[in-house]
Design a protein around this ligand. Structure first.
Ligand code: GAL
Length: 370
């Protein structure tokens, strides 16, 4: 009897996994097995489409710590549902003092392909080992093949010695008058001073802080690095050089003192849309949304785009990426599990439009491409 029961259960499992594959069903928040039956370990990730394959890059999370003990993982798929584990794309280093030494914090990796150099370029948020979140750097690595191996190039803060767009003589004269010790945090006067560049000035010499981040390639092939800067108070959008490996020095600021993290961006019919989160660490909060007619702004804030149960906390997740597939877009987010980081889950939901604005409606399950 036991044997029969086992046989029937096994058949049911095979049929159910077959039907999940055959129907291309995505179930947000559930275990998402890879080709070896193991929950995908690619958090804070993003997707690169190269030829006809999607490559999913993300943070490898261990069972008991969010520190980087392995590096950036890569999975490949042609249908966005069934993923083949391609292993570690960028490995942390065992060399003492390396920027990416095992035990550093390496988050939110994103990869873009440069058609001119034919290189795959990875950018990520990096915190040096043993320094908590103080370093606030970005890191860059490069590979000849999508799945890697990626060679680490360098890490640093952003745009040292360069003022953002719009900081002309007049603005700099105002900034000169500001005395940091005069402001009490979160007062209107402090917000105004942040807007006027109090922290940009503080970090002008050493470079601007660079934490939660994404990359975006525009229709003209220009790429941009979008990241939380100025103590996570203000987003920066920085143009990349033609080889996608450096900043050009041209950058703008979005929502000064708005406290935005986890930026994810897409462009639809000429409008740039960005979904972000607030700053509550691993705990979920209400998503924010912005739009602009140009990557350089002006950026306008809209209400929370999420709809359905737990919409006020982004369904328990935090944005990481928005993937265009044809004329559709998939909103990707992470449900963090700080006590058991490798068990963090994924939210993938299609973006719909309501009155011309994107919305993200919760669905227990849905089918990609339908
Ligand atoms: C979040 C951020 C994550 C991670 C975490 C650490 O706000 O989006 O990427 O840095 O904080 O607490």
């Amino acid at each position: 009897m036991k044997k029969l029961l086992f046989f029937v259960c096994s058949c049911l499992m095979v049929v159910s996994s077959f039907s999940q594959q055959a129907t291309h069903t995505i179930r947000s928040g559930e275990i998402w097995p890879d080709d070896q039956g193991i929950h995908i370990n690619a958090h804070g990730g993003g997707i690169l489409k190269y030829n006809d394959t999607y490559y999913w890059f993300g943070e490898h999370k261990s069972d008991h710590t969010s520190d980087a003990l392995v590096g950036v993982t890569c999975y490949a798929s042609t249908d966005l549902v069934n993923w083949r584990n391609c292993g570690v794309a960028l490995s942390v280093s065992d060399e003492r003092g390396s920027d990416i030494e095992r035990g550093c914090i390496l988050e939110r990796p994103k990869v873009i392909y440069n058609k001119v150099t034919k290189k795959f370029c990875m950018w990520f948020h990096l915190e040096l080992k043993g320094r908590g979140y103080d370093a606030a750097r970005y890191g860059v690595a490069v590979a000849n093949r999508p799945e890697g191996p990626y060679k680490f190039l360098y890490s640093q803060r952003a745009n040292a010695g360069t003022w953002p767009i719009g900081f002309g003589q007049q603005e700099l004269a105002v900034l000169d008058t500001l005395d940091a010790s005069h402001f009490q945090e979160w007062t209107p006067a402090w917000r105004k001073a942040i807007d006027e560049g109090l922290l940009v000035r503080r970090d002008f010499g050493t470079g601007q802080m660079s934490r939660d981040m994404t990359l975006f390639i525009d229709d003209d092939g220009k790429a941009y690095h979008i990241f939380s800067s100025e103590e996570n108070l203000t987003l920066h959008i920085a143009e990349l050089t033609g080889d996608y490996l450096h900043h050009t020095g041209r950058y703008t600021r979005v929502a000064p003192a708005g406290h935005n993290e986890a930026p994810a961006i897409f462009k639809h019919e000429g409008t740039y849309w960005m979904i972000t989160s607030g700053c509550t660490g691993w705990a979920p909060n209400e998503a924010r949304m912005f739009s602009a007619p140009s990557i350089w702004g002006p950026w306008t804030q809209h209400p929370n785009p999420c709809r359905g149960p737990k919409a006020e906390i982004t369904f328990g997740g935090q944005s990481t990426y928005i993937l265009p597939i044809g004329d559709q877009y998939i909103f990707m987010a992470d449900i963090w599990r700080p006590r058991h980081p490798s068990d963090a889950r994924y939210i993938w939901l299609p973006i719909e439009f309501e009155d011309g604005k994107p919305i993200v409606r919760w669905r227990d399950e849905w089918e990609v491409g339908k």
